[in-house]
Ligand binder design. Structure first.
Ligand code: CP3
Length: 339
């Protein structure tokens, strides 16, 4: 059984597998090298051979337990015919959205546009290096996906009044969920054996809208993933009430952000937990890294836990610090079992 599945399916507390959000990314010189030669990010995400190479870059360097397919949550808006560009020092910029067009968009055209993503998952699966390990497929949460589609850029830059018509948002979300399901299904069919839902902007939603914008639509996708006999990890970044989220959405694993107190969370949550450590700890020194990492590992020692960060690896991270982090986690895994 693969490392993540041991924790998720068997509730194994002895092994603490490790993978990192954004493990293939700008902190790696070998990624930057490819990226420099490929200025169009979406095109890069659709180049099967390069996607395979980038996905496996961190596994070639480090003893990681899982790979996450190199892609982006914004590949779904792209698949729906919206233009997506990544502008240096600004982030993603999306084109105008024709709501009618999205509503009438055919599943076939969507699948066809994203076919290279599925092919690259197949290519990654064929590689020896991933044998026995997990390959994580992913989507953006329905809310986060819609925020980018309507806001046309990251809410970090500016936030338009996208919620002025609440019924429109609910209606659009239903429509987008159909495509997110297709994207989940095709990733699994191609060889992904775990799905993660990134709801990076869950923290923006007011209490009274949580059911309609987060819990309801995400629960549908979790159920769908589980119906394909595949576990689903949810990362509702900055959501105020993780306990309520877990009770209502019922994911297989909950991935926590770095504002969460790990000691408190294990008191209330009964499902496997992933992540938590602040990615900026990797910007400090090895001694501090050991202290903070071991603190997380000790807190979760008797809990089914997948080591990860509370958000993605930062671009300015030294790859040697990532190597050291993985060593610390692997060393903890060699401890003798407690009686
Ligand atoms: O984790 C991985 O290694 C897999 C690949 C992955 C990427 N994006 C590659 C990427 C994953 C899982 C994502 C998810 C993603 N994309 C999220 C959810 C997680 C999170 O960070 O909250 C979001 C919100 C996006 C949208 C997105 N993509 C943004 C806002 C940006 C710009 C980031 C910035 O700092 O400018 C991206 C670009 C992106 N996606 C890069 C990578 C490696 C950087 C591309 C580059 O400029 O070289």
């Amino acid at each position: 059984m693969s490392p993540l599945k041991k924790v998720i399916r068997k509730k194994d507390k002895l092994i603490k597998p490790i993978w990192l959000m954004r493990q293939a990314g700008r902190y790696l010189p070998e990624f930057r090298n490819i990226r420099e030669k490929n200025p169009n990010f979406i095109e890069l995400c659709l180049d099967e051979k390069k996607v395979k190479e980038i996905t496996l870059q961190p596994l070639k360097r480090y003893n990681l337990d899982a790979a996450i397919i190199f892609s982006d949550i914004l590949i779904v808006p792209y698949g729906l015919g919206q233009s997506v560009n990544f502008v240096k020092n600004f982030g993603p910029k999306l084109g105008l959205l024709d709501l009618k067009e999205v509503k009438n968009y055919s599943f076939r055209s969507f699948r066809k546009k994203l076919e290279p993503v599925y092919k690259s998952i197949k290519f990654v699966r064929e590689d020896k290096i991933i044998k026995g390990k997990d390959l994580i497929g992913f989507i953006g949460g329905p809310w986060t996906t819609l925020v980018y589609m309507l806001n046309q850029c990251s809410p970090k830059n500016k936030l338009k009044k996208i919620l002025s018509d609440k019924n429109l948002v609910i209606d659009m979300m239903k429509c987008i969920n159909n495509f997110l399901e297709i994207h989940i299904k095709n990733q699994i069919k191609s060889g992904a054996n775990v799905i993660q839902i990134f709801d990076s902007w869950a923290g923006l939603v007011k209490e009274k809208n949580l059911e309609n914008f987060i819990y309801g639509p995400t629960k549908r996708l979790v159920k769908f993933t589980q119906s394909l006999n595949t576990p689903c990890i949810c990362f509702p970044r900055n959501i105020r009430n993780y306990d309520e989220y877990v009770k209502l959405v019922k994911p297989d694993v909950i991935s926590i952000d770095y504002n969460i107190d790990p000691k408190k969370i294990i008191k209330n949550i009964k499902i496997p937990i992933q992540g938590g450590m602040n990615p900026s700890v990797l910007l400090t020194d090895k001694k501090n890294l050991e202290k903070v990492t071991n603190n997380y590992l000790n807190i979760f020692e008797n809990f089914p836990y997948i080591f990860n960060l509370g958000h993605g690896v930062l671009p300015q991270t030294d790859p040697n610090m990532v190597e050291h982090l993985i060593k610390i986690v692997k060393k903890f895994n060699e401890r003798s079992p407690k009686n």
